[in-house]
Design a protein around this ligand. Structure first.
Ligand SMILES: C[S@@+](CC[C@H](N)C(=O)[O-])C[C@H]1O[C@@H](n2cnc3c(N)ncnc32)[C@H](O)[C@@H]1O
Length: 186
């Protein structure tokens, strides 16, 4: 962020992933796209998507977080596109089943990093994505020795890649995993 940025952030879990967001999402610019972010935190990814991908008046972004900070709401308002963004408070496993299945062009899974939670976000997120939609997982290679009891994203993402293999195209497999939904499951 430059000194001219209107936003206030403390953490930066996003900038390193910016080339991936550009690579896999640029086709959504100026389209009436539907975007879903699971785990918005302060809104770094949220504000980038708002500025870059919500140019079309019909484009929409849903941002889910268990703990919605005032800073997230303020940063969302500073995008000038707040009317196109819904901030949805709550646990993703409760919020996601209320959203429209098969409707999202992009689902970013970056909420809880516990293995079972990532698995649940993936199953629910896959259902919410449209065919041709992109799904991304953050922190594929992340481990936290202090939180080993709850596990890490990798086993869940590996299971998703195996179980959904006939229904997906893997776009990128590295620190983040990006895939395209090719077909609906039965
Ligand atoms: C790593 S941060 C997200 C970073 C953000 N996507 C970015 O790029 O700047 C993870 C966020 O997920 C939220 N979170 C944790 N568990 C969650 C859950 N079960 N449902 C929804 N959000 C959750 C946390 O409150 C936190 O704000």
């Amino acid at each position: 962020m430059t000194g001219m940025s209107p936003y206030v952030f403390e953490q930066d879990w996003f900038t390193a992933n910016l080339p991936r967001f550009r690579r896999h999402l640029s086709h959504l610019r100026d389209t009436p796209c539907r975007l879903l972010e699971i785990g918005a935190h302060e809104g770094r990814a949220t504000t980038w998507m708002a500025e870059t991908l919500l140019g079309h008046a019909e484009a929409r972004l849903d941002a889910v977080d268990l703990f919605v900070q005032r800073r997230l709401r303020e940063n969302v308002a500073r995008t000038g596109r707040g009317a196109q963004i819904r901030v949805l408070p709550g646990a993703s496993r409760e919020v996601l089943p209320r959203l429209d299945p098969g409707s999202y062009d992009f689902v970013y899974i970056d909420g809880s990093h516990a293995t079972v939670d990532v698995l649940e976000d993936a199953v629910l997120g896959f259902r919410l994505a449209r065919i041709g939609g992109v799904i991304a997982f953050d922190d594929y290679l992340w481990t936290d020795p202090l939180d080993a009891r709850r596990g890490a994203p990798k086993p869940a993402i590996d299971a998703v890649l195996a179980i959904y293999a006939p229904l997906i195209e893997v776009l990128e497999h590295g620190p983040q995993v990006w895939l395209r939904k090719r077909a609906e499951h039965a």
